[in-house]
Design a protein around this ligand. Structure first.
Ligand SMILES: NC(=O)c1ccc[n+]([C@@H]2O[C@H](COP(=O)([O-])OP(=O)(O)OC[C@H]3O[C@@H](n4cnc5c(N)ncnc54)[C@H](OP(=O)(O)O)[C@@H]3O)[C@@H](O)[C@H]2O)c1
Length: 252
């Protein structure tokens, strides 16, 4: 079994370890032995765990999963040179990672659905490790390798921040139904079902075709859709991606 080393024992590290545990040998390094012990218990897998101080990463495939502002502190505690570093830190460039790790770097951007092994993860970096990276991160959902960091930053604005935008849509639609008199619990059930069915159909149908198929002349959907256009909803989403991408660039 191939070994993967995870640095960090937070939410993303746990989601990744959960996806990997049946296919890879896992070891984890963190700063708090009690938290590491809990990590292992919650994971229900036979993993080794270590404290960060002096932890040797020589020739290891390392997933770096601490917060971006802990990069300097955590990297300075490690010893040796890894075979490759897969960084999941949002907005930390390959150039900056190279200053800390003199080895191959792959940037990885999972999203919150990693917790249920349904992440839409984008990756970019050293092509030598493309196959290996895809094999690892396919364990937490789907992966898409991109050709540049610019594309990764745009993808972060879409797939990384996307769950928050869709949460706004879900909440607003539910509130709209409640405003018209539907019970909150019923509106919630309807919205959940709507997203589930829609997600499946979207896999095979273009959104424009999907919209055309449910919009009959002079009907309810046409009326509701016109209200969305009047309120510049489409423009709002396009601007959201633009602004999030700008912010991703600023951060990196
Ligand atoms: N969560 C997401 O949906 C998501 C999506 C994409 C990318 N990411 C990226 O994943 C990374 C981890 O995020 P997360 O959500 O897992 O965060 P988290 O749950 O807060 O975990 C952060 C980890 O960093 C450790 N840490 C914090 N300060 C430290 C220090 N000074 N020295 C050593 N270790 C330190 C924490 O250790 P303790 O437990 O001991 O505090 C913990 O293991 C971030 O870089 C984030 O950008 C997250």
């Amino acid at each position: 079994m191939k070994k993967v080393t995870i640095i960090g024992n937070g939410n993303m590290a746990f989601a990744i370890a959960k996806g990997l545990k049946n296919k890879f040998e896992i070891e984890v390094a963190g700063r708090d032995i009690e938290k590491l012990k809990k990590f292992k218990e919650n994971l229900k897998a036979d993993i080794n765990y270590y404290l960060l101080e002096g932890f040797d990463i020589t020739d290891k495939e390392v997933i770096f999963a601490v917060k971006p502002n802990n990069l300097d502190e955590v990297s300075s505690k490690l010893s040796g040179s890894a075979k490759v570093v897969y960084s999941v830190m949002a907005g930390v460039s390959i150039e900056r990672l190279k200053e800390k790790f003199d080895t191959s770097i792959v940037r990885v951007m999972p999203n919150m659905a990693a917790t249920i092994s349904k992440s839409m993860t984008t990756l970019t970096g050293d092509e030598t490790f493309k196959e290996s990276a895809v094999e690892i991160f396919n364990c937490i959902g789907k992966t898409l390798w991109l050709g540049s960091q610019k594309e990764l930053d745009i993808a972060t604005a879409l797939a990384g921040s996307g769950p928050a935008y869709l949460a706004l849509v879900a909440e607003a639609l539910t509130d709209g139904a409640v405003k018209q008199g539907l019970k909150r619990e019923d509106a919630k059930i309807l919205t959940q079902g709507l997203f589930e069915g829609f997600g499946e159909i979207l896999k095979t149908t273009h959104p424009a075709i999907l919209k055309d198929n449910v919009m009959s002349p002079g009907g309810t959907t046409a009326a509701g859709y016109a209200a969305l256009e009047e309120n510049k909803t489409r423009d709002g989403f396009i601007k959201a991606i633009e602004t999030a991408y700008k912010r991703a660039k600023e951060l990196s």
